[in-house]
Design a protein around this ligand. Structure first.
Ligand code: NAD
Length: 244
């Protein structure tokens, strides 16, 4: 059973010489003004998640899907990294390749804070790709608000958001698996522990003997798998998390 208490009841963790795996979820961006999935009650604005974040939704109404991601792209232009993103970028500076940062978020806030090696397992809002994977993903800040504006690949297929939708395979699972089997400390920040495979990473880290820590205002669904739940907002708890 996890030891759950306010984050400032715990001491900073000495991670000198240790390999650290950090998984972030929607909660790390909440203080930057991006709504979490849970806070939105499974709805993002006026959209139902299955209509805009599934291959079936794309097949049924690609223009609706692009309108949704275009609105999120426009929003991403107005938000800034918070103290948690900035602290993680500083930890990368100090730990170098002993820090592995994987995020479930598609927003660009880790990079804007200065993190250079971020594994976006659910894709990236500011990238697009060919729906037939004819060409690799590319940077794209375009806003496509109707069917006529959806761009085409040179192969003739439509360009889609570079996002892992429900029912699709997350990206970079091989490098994530290697990092999990090699870590001494595993930390999840701001993820409800309800979306797999990410919610299962803590078990894999535990199985190799890593110390496991959760950070967020409430205990996640998979709280039992953590040694400690440090309760609080990411912006307060993350800067004090490690001694490097
Ligand atoms: P979730 O919405 O299911 O859970 C968010 C968690 O963050 C909750 O447990 C909540 O208690 C916690 N939280 C809220 N405020 C916080 C704060 N200030 N500091 C720390 N934690 C806080 O999100 P999820 O577990 O990441 O999974 C939902 C799916 O939707 C994922 O694929 C996720 O990437 C995606 N999503 C992404 C974004 C984004 O890119 N920013 C936003 C919403 C949802």
């Amino acid at each position: 059973m996890a030891h759950a208490a306010a984050y400032d009841d715990f001491a900073s963790l000495d991670v000198s010489g240790k390999r650290v795996f950090v998984l972030t979820g929607a909660g790390v961006s909440a203080e930057s003004g991006i709504r979490t999935f849970r806070d939105a009650g499974g709805l993002w604005g006026d959209y139902r998640v299955e209509e805009v974040a599934s291959p079936e939704g794309w097949a049924a109404d690609a223009a609706l899907v692009w309108r949704f991601y275009s609105e999120r792209r426009a929003k991403a232009g107005t938000v800034h990294p918070n103290a948690a993103h900035l602290a993680l970028a500083q930890f990368e500076e100090a730990l170098g390749d002993r820090l592995f940062l994987a995020t479930q978020n598609v927003d660009p806030l880790h990079e804007r804070a200065g993190s250079r090696r971020v594994v976006h397992m659910h894709g990236e809002l500011m990238k697009s790709r060919c729906e037939r994977d004819h060409a690799p993903p590319f940077e794209d800040s375009g806003l496509y608000m109707d069917a006529a504006s959806i761009p085409r690949c040179s192969c003739g297929a439509r360009i889609r958001p570079h996002i892992c939708w429900f029912g699709e395979m997350p990206f970079e699972m091989d490098s994530i698996g290697r990092a999990l089997s090699n870590c001494d400390v595993f930390v999840t920040i701001g993820s409800s522990g309800a979306v797999y495979p990410a919610a299962g990473f803590v078990q894999r880290a535990r199985s190799v003997g890593a110390k496991t820590i959760y950070i967020g205002p409430e205990q996640p669904d998979n709280a039992d798998a953590f040694d400690e739940c440090r309760l609080g907002k990411a912006g307060d708890a993350v800067p004090a998390l490690f001694r490097t």
